[in-house]
Every structure is written in C-alpha cells, then in structure tokens.
Design a protein around this ligand. Structure first.
Ligand SMILES: Cc1cc2nc3c(=O)[nH]c(=O)nc-3n(C[C@H](O)[C@H](O)[C@H](O)COP(=O)(O)O)c2cc1C
Length: 207
C-alpha cells in the first residue's frame, strides 16, 4: 500500500488568497481528471448526542457564501445538524494525492432555493424523495416500492412534483479550509485558511 507522492506541491505563493477561489481551481481539476470518480462527492461529518457520524453527499454549489448540498431534513444527518450545526466536509481526491477539509456551520437553504433545485431533478428522483423516509427503519424493499408507486400515482410523470416539506438544502459557511497535497518523503503540503476579523488568514501546518 505504500506509495511515494509527487513533486508538484502547493505553495503560499501560488495559492489563491481566497479559499473559495482555490477550492474552485482544485474542483475543476478534479472534475476534469478521468481517474477521479465523483469529484463533487464529499464526506459530511456531524455530531449528535451519541457521537460523530459520517456519510457521503454531493456538493451541488459553491459560492462565496459556502458549500451546499441537498438531503432529507428528517434523516440522521438532518437531526444531527439540528442538534449541532458545526460540521466538516472532506473531499478525498486520492487519485490526485489531494484532500480538502472544510469546517463550518450548516444552515438550511431557503424554501425557494430548495424548490428551484428540486424542480431540476429527474422525475424518478423527485418521487424517490417523497417515498424515502431516509435513515428510518424500512421493513422491506417492497414497502419502499409501494410507497414509490403511491407517490408516482399522485404525481404522474410529466406533472409538476412539489418539493417534500422534509427535503431541502443546507449551506455550509466555512470557518476553515485545509488543502493537502501529497509530497515526497511524507513532506506533504498542508495550507489552511482560517477566518479572522480581517478576512482569510493563510498558514501552513506540519504534515
Ligand atoms: C456518492 C454518493 C453520493 C451521495 N449523495 C447524497 C446526497 O447528495 N444527499 C443525501 O441525502 N444522501 C446522499 N448519499 C447517501 C448518504 O451517504 C447517506 O447514505 C444518506 O444520506 C443517509 O445518511 P444519514 O442516515 O447519515 O442521514 C450519497 C451516497 C453516495 C455513496
């Protein structure tokens, strides 16, 4: 499993002064790289009363306001965010010897923003969002299929499917963003941006 990492690093001189700009550069490179699968997949970690938990979600947008994704508000992650809005997002681009870790605070997107995105989803995904009581016990696959069929009959293909009230987006407003680039002899580059009263502060961490 041991492998050596590359020569090309990430220096303070070449890093953008704004982490969202630097993130967008790396996301574009990952998305253009054929050996990176699902470049916009990120591991969301949350904390609830029983401890931490992690799962993958898809980044749907990144702006100066932060990073957004969509899910079921009554899922385990939705309940954890209600308990503690502090979360982390991790992009594992192993094929490029890169990792980005974001820490921040999650807040719900507005109903209009969630409606706008929901309307762009394929009909099957829209019905699936109604049918799935995400993270809750499911007695059988058949039960899920029956729920799907019921909602499909209620909102037939071609009709306008409303956004389920329990479904929508979150925006993660970052407080720190760390860029990791693998380097030779385990002398990896780790540049971390943290928020300060004067804006973003860039510093380097021991690998
Ligand atoms: C590649 C990938 C992408 C996923 N994207 C999402 C997503 O955008 N939203 C979502 O709710 N679940 C997504 N999932 C499923 C979650 O990982 C998870 O199983 C689900 O959200 C329930 O998590 P929870 O019980 O911790 O709330 C994705 C899974 C994978 C493997």
């Amino acid at each position: 499993m041991r492998r050596s990492y590359g020569e090309s690093g990430l220096s303070e001189v070449e890093a953008a002064s704004d982490p969202i700009v630097q993130f967008s550069i790396w996301l574009k490179e990952a998305a253009a790289n054929p050996i990176v699968v699902e470049a916009n997949a990120m591991v969301l970690s949350t904390i609830d009363s029983s401890g931490p938990s992690s799962r993958t979600v898809l980044l749907k947008d990144v702006t100066q306001a932060g990073f957004s994704f969509f899910t079921n508000y009554q899922s385990n992650k939705g309940q954890a965010i209600a308990f503690n809005p502090r979360v982390s997002l991790l992009f594992p681009w192993y094929a490029m010897e890169r990792q980005i870790i974001i820490r921040g605070r999650a807040t719900k997107l507005s109903r209009e923003e969630s409606d706008d995105y929901f309307a762009t989803r394929p009909w099957g995904s829209q019905i699936g969002a109604w049918a799935s009581e995400q993270s809750h016990d499911l007695e059988s696959r058949e039960h899920l299929q029956n729920r799907f069929d019921e909602f499909a009959a209620l909102y037939p293909e071609g009709s306008s499917v409303p956004t389920p009230p329990h479904w929508g987006g979150y925006l993660v407003t970052p407080s720190s963003v760390e860029f990791w680039q693998g380097r030779y002899s385990r002398l990896h580059d780790r540049l971390i941006y943290t928020t300060s009263p004067d804006g973003w502060h860039l510093s380097r961490l021991h690998p």
